[in-house]
Ligand binder design. Structure first.
Ligand code: UGA
Length: 459
């Protein structure tokens, strides 16, 4: 099918590349001229595992094209809107980009189009979109509006798109639902050449769930808010562990063994960041408020999350006493590993706080330094973890990149001024770190010299 994707951010690019990979003819547009020119010249504007290879292959086979919004609107029978919905100061999602695209579609499209919102939007946006298309539509445009929320995680977005647990489509007409089923057929049946796995690796077929539009929109916001709630919950349990002398690693493991709870999203740390959870929680609170529901539970989730930064900085202060003049290494800047995205990254908030108290930061991240540099320019960016640790009073681990787990600790011990590791993600082997002479502080009562080593039964 001929498909258009408007917006070439993490979601749009992955959607366009993967839909082309499973056999569709896709046109992807981007309004940022610099980004568009990069894409047309085969240069990736962002780091996302596997995405570059997929894009290269589908461009070669002629199934993916890049260009303007106008060209995209003229191209597809179905148009996926993947533009940003950043937060406004009051927490509402800013829908002006979506409105702009709707206006362009209304003005330029002819015949029948299925307009699909894939950006995360408040419930009832579909209805607004529909109204807008009908008010501004010229050229005898006929259309359906559908919601198809994405559940992609940055860092694994290609894998998540091609092998999802569920595909949710919200449509209020049979024609729209049938078209979406056709678009996703290769993925639902897992019939395509997978760029990541060999074809012999059988994978579970995803669930295709068709709902009404409002419900699909709510599924997305409710899912992200629920996951955020899980993180804030475990972070509060971590605080309790610190207060009573328990170990969060053991507590979270024990909780996660209950299949009703599950082990995912029970990793405590410096809080959730990124361009999704913080803004989606805020937006969901606002949606509830506007609908007359007091979702104060989510306000707590947000409050707890914001408190993670100060709590971590306090921990650093407790260890280093005076921060002024101290040299501190920061390992990890991205909001999570395997991405170069630093939007709402807790690491950047922590750096700003430490800087404000006069600390000198030496930072290293495997992928995110170029983007971090645009946010914070007055720290020292280093080319590896060892250089960042040179002469420091403490090493702070703020993003759990795999390479930090493989550091040569004895080499590191010879470089630092003081052998202190504060692990904001509980990701390092404390035994290994301590064996090399470091004092180790993790989150949630995870001490340098644990008295009890848990023996876990089962997984
Ligand atoms: C999230 C959702 O997981 C996706 O399903 C959704 O599609 C996406 O938002 C979106 O709305 O676009 P993402 O933001 O890429 O994906 O990252 P996650 O892996 O969910 O992590 C979010 C934040 O929570 C990160 O800062 C991470 O470090 C933190 N986190 C996650 C924890 O602190 N503890 C955990 O146990 C898990």
């Amino acid at each position: 099918m001929k498909l258009s994707v408007i917006g070439a951010g993490y979601v749009g690019l992955t959607t366009a590349a993967c839909l082309a990979q499973v056999g569709h003819d896709v046109f992807c547009s981007e309004s940022d001229v610099e980004k568009l020119s990069k894409l047309r010249n085969g240069v990736m504007p962002l780091f996302e595992p596997h995405l570059e290879n997929v894009i290269e292959a589908v461009r070669k086979s002629g199934q993916l094209h890049f260009g303007s919004t106008e060209e995209a609107i003229a191209w597809g029978d179905a148009i996926f809107i993947c533009v940003g919905t950043p937060p406004l100061p009051n927490g509402d999602a800013d829908l002006s980009s979506i409105e702009g695209v709707a206006r362009a579609i209304a003005k330029r499209a002819t015949g029948y189009r299925l307009v699909i919102e894939k950006s995360t939007v408040p419930v009832q946006t579909g209805a607004q979109l529909s109204k807008h298309l009908s008010v501004h539509g010229t050229n005898g445009l006929k259309y359906d509006v559908a919601s198809n929320p994405e559940f992609l995680r940055e860092g694994t977005s290609v894998e998540d798109f091609l092998h999802p647990d569920r595909i949710v489509v919200g449509a209020d007409s049979t024609r729209a639902a049938d078209l979406l089923r056709e678009i996703y057929e290769p993925i639902v049946k897992q019939r395509f050449t997978c760029p990541i796995h060999s074809n012999s690796q059988k994978r579970k077929d995803p669930v295709f769930l068709a709902t009404d539009t409002n419900s699909a929109e709510l599924i997305k916001h409710a899912s992200n808010s629920f996951l955020a709630m899980k993180i804030s919950f475990i972070n509060m349990v971590a605080n309790l562990c610190e207060a009573v002398g328990a170990d969060i690693t053991q507590v979270a493991h024990g909780m996660g063994l209950d299949p009703r709870i599950g082990p995912a999203f029970l990793n405590p740390g410096i809080g959730f960041g990124g361009f999704c959870f913080p803004k989606d929680v805020q937006a969901f609170i606002r949606i509830a408020e506007k609908s007359g529901c007091d979702f104060s539970l989510l306000k707590e989730v947000d409050r707890i999350n914001q408190g993670r930064i100060e709590r971590f900085v306090e921990q650093v202060r407790t260890e280093l006493w005076v921060l002024r003049g101290k040299k501190i290494a920061v390992w990890g800047l991205a909001f999570k590993p395997n991405t170069d995205d630093v939007r709402f990254a807790p690491a950047l908030s922590i750096i700003r706080r430490l800087q404000a108290e006069g600390a000198h930061i030496q930072a290293y991240d495997p992928q995110a330094m170029e983007k971090a540099c645009k946010e914070i320019s007055d720290i020292t960016y280093c080319s590896d973890a060892y250089k960042a640790a040179h002469g420091v009073d403490a090493v702070l681990l703020l993003t759990e990149w795999e390479e930090f787990r493989n550091v040569d600790w004895s080499r590191l011990a010879a470089l630092v001024e003081r052998p202190l590791i504060i692990d904001g993600r509980n990701t390092l082997s404390r035994e290994e770190v301590v064996a090399n002479g470091f004092h180790y502080i993790g989150v949630g009562g995870v001490s340098a010299t644990p008295k009890v080593t848990a023996s876990f039964i089962g997984t």
